[in-house]
Design a protein around this ligand. Structure first.
Ligand code: AMP
Length: 544
């Protein structure tokens, strides 16, 4: 027997209509690519999103068409998010940090019709334009005064000259009725960063994005409301900035977009000026901010919580946020295939009641699943492993915002109804999950496993170390042994002995790397993760 309530689709356009109606004064602040700070309200954003929908319609964009962006976090990108998905087309965000060949592949694979670009990324587009047969037009996300002088020559596609976003928007009115359609329809397309093989597309639906937003804003998840002032440093070109543009719009939270400047000084200034209390980003961004604050003897006065994900948050960072700035670091885990939210380690009543040292042992873990996500760990044969906090296994997930198949793939991406995340993890009896490693990065030494992440987290606590990378490289006796590579803090010179000694007493003796090297730089992926494949390749003969 069915329930007897109304049926209705969960659509992204409804979020903005809600914010326009009930949070009309809620602010959206952006540091623009052109320079100045831009400030407006949800009401203004909603009006402009409708103008944009009219503009896109006039360009022939139809239900299901892909509209791509290469853009920073800012108000025009936000308008695209809502106008494109709202009208039934698919917002396809592209990571500009990918190699040009990957960007070209992605644009061809998605068959994007339009490409909307911030000024910073025009050189990429100029180079790729001849290779993109499906692309009809470029929209430059700026005003007339900032359109490049040679735009007509370098950004025309066939007979179509490039469009200046602001001048064209101004020609369209804000009368637009968002269409109603099934919430199963694709809304947002995001490609994985593809460290092995080609990038793969994940197509989120309206329903999955809305459910993800509902789950994210819960008090024991991100705890967002109209009281919040949120600064997403995590880019809108990577898994919708962890869904923050939707969750903030759902709640009317003030949103602060950092644009192209994510260095410590720029972030500190924006946090202070706008009184941001909730920040989100990857560990490297926070290393930069904490360094800047330390060197300039400054404190964070308004921030209450910072969400750190994408890579493991080292204990040293958790402590520095807490003990110097009185900020609770919420360790989070997720992935492109999960829209991205999987787990959060939030300040529950129980965690806050613990002495700091005990609490940190929880905060080092990536936390517990938000409602909607199910987790389990399994062995090589797919048998479930115990949740005892020490048994490692392949981390499998399930839920309404978890991938079923990659974009344009005929094959399901699931194994018996679960998605294999490619991560190795432990789960403790209270449900706290801890990432041990990527399956392909875990170090296999003499038949046992060593977590490269755990070793890196320890190494960055060394007073001379800025960044650390541990890889397993071939060893004649043990198959693989860990090798530590570090970047030194400016004006520091760590020795091999002090680096290796630093592990003593912190891990089992056989986990301690056999050697340590100080390097000038480490390779990273387009999403800021260590590119361990290339480190392993460079050093594969180190122990032979
Ligand atoms: P992406 O799809 O590019 O967002 O990458 C997702 C992957 O990043 C996950 O499968 C993990 O390997 C890694 N990751 C995300 N968050 C964390 C975290 N808090 N700690 C360790 N690894 C993480």
């Amino acid at each position: 027997m069915s329930g007897s309530l109304m049926q209705g689709p969960l659509l992204i356009s409804d979020l903005l209509t809600h914010a326009e109606t009930f949070h009309s004064h809620g602010e959206i602040v952006s540091r623009t690519v052109e320079g100045p700070i831009h400030r407006y309200t949800y009401k203004d954003a909603s009006q402009r999103a409708k103008q944009l929908a009219n503009l896109l319609e006039s360009l022939g964009v139809q239900h299901g068409d892909r509209v791509a962006s290469l853009a920073w976090n800012g108000y025009r990108h936000y308008e695209l998010y809502f106008a494109v998905s709202g009208m039934g087309a698919i917002m396809h965000t592209i990571n500009p940090r990918l190699f040009p060949e990957q960007i070209e592949y992605i644009l061809q694979h998605a068959e994007d019709k339009l490409l909307c670009v911030d000024l910073s990324f025009l050189p990429i587009v100029q180079r790729l334009l001849p290779q993109l047969p499906h692309l009809e037009r470029i929209i430059v996300l700026t005003d007339d005064a900032h359109m490049p002088a040679d735009a007509q020559q370098t950004l025309s596609k066939g007979n179509h000259p490039p469009i200046c976003y602001e001048s064209e928007l101004a020609k369209h009115n804000a009368e637009y009725e968002w269409p109603r359609f099934s919430d199963d329809a694709g809304a947002v397309l995001c490609y994985t960063s593809g460290t092995t093989g080609k990038p793969k597309g994940v197509l989120y639906s309206h329903r999955s994005q809305i459910l993800h937003a509902y789950a994210s804003v819960q008090p024991d998840a991100m705890n967002l409301s109209s009281h919040s002032c949120v600064l997403p440093v995590v880019p809108m070109f990577h898994v919708s900035a962890w869904g923050v543009p939707y969750s903030c719009t759902l709640t009317g939270a003030k949103m602060v977009f950092p644009g192209a400047r994510m260095d410590g000084a720029a972030l500190a200034e924006l946090i202070e000026d706008e009184k941001a209390d909730f920040l989100l980003g990857v560990p490297t961004v926070w290393l930069g901010l904490l360094d800047y604050l330390r060197q300039n003897d400054k404190k964070l006065h308004t921030v209450q919580r910072v969400v750190v994900g994408g890579s493991a948050a080292p204990l040293a960072m958790i402590k520095e946020f807490q003990e110097v700035h009185d900020v609770f670091l919420i360790h989070a885990w997720g992935m492109t295939e999960m829209s991205p939210l999987g787990t959060l380690c939030t300040p529950t009543a129980r965690l806050l009641s613990l002495p700091l040292d005990q609490r940190y042992q929880y905060q080092r873990k990536q936390g517990r699943p938000v409602f909607g996500v199910a987790l389990k760990i399994v062995d090589a044969k797919g048998e479930a492993l115990p949740h005892d906090g020490s048994t490692f296994g392949r981390l499998m997930v399930k839920g309404p915002w978890v991938i079923e198949r990659y974009y344009r793939s005929d094959a399901s991406a699931l194994e018996n109804g679960w998605f294999d995340t490619g991560d190795v993890a432990t789960i403790d009896p209270e449900g706290y999950m801890q990432i041990v490693d990527r399956t392909k990065d875990v170090i296999k030494s003499g038949g046992e496993w060593i977590s490269s992440i755990e070793l890196e987290n320890i190494a960055v606590g060394h007073p001379d170390v800025q960044e650390a990378c541990v890889v397993g490289v071939p060893h004649p006796k043990w198959d693989e042994r860990p090798l530590l590579l570090v970047i030194a803090k400016p004006n520091h010179q760590p020795t091999r002995e002090s680096l290796l000694q630093y592990f003593e007493g912190k891990v089992a003796k056989w986990w301690i790397p056999d050697d340590a090297i100080v390097v000038k730089e480490l390779p990273h992926t387009a999403t800021g993760k260590l590119l361990k494949i290339s480190v392993r390749e460079t050093h594969q003969k180190h122990y032979l």
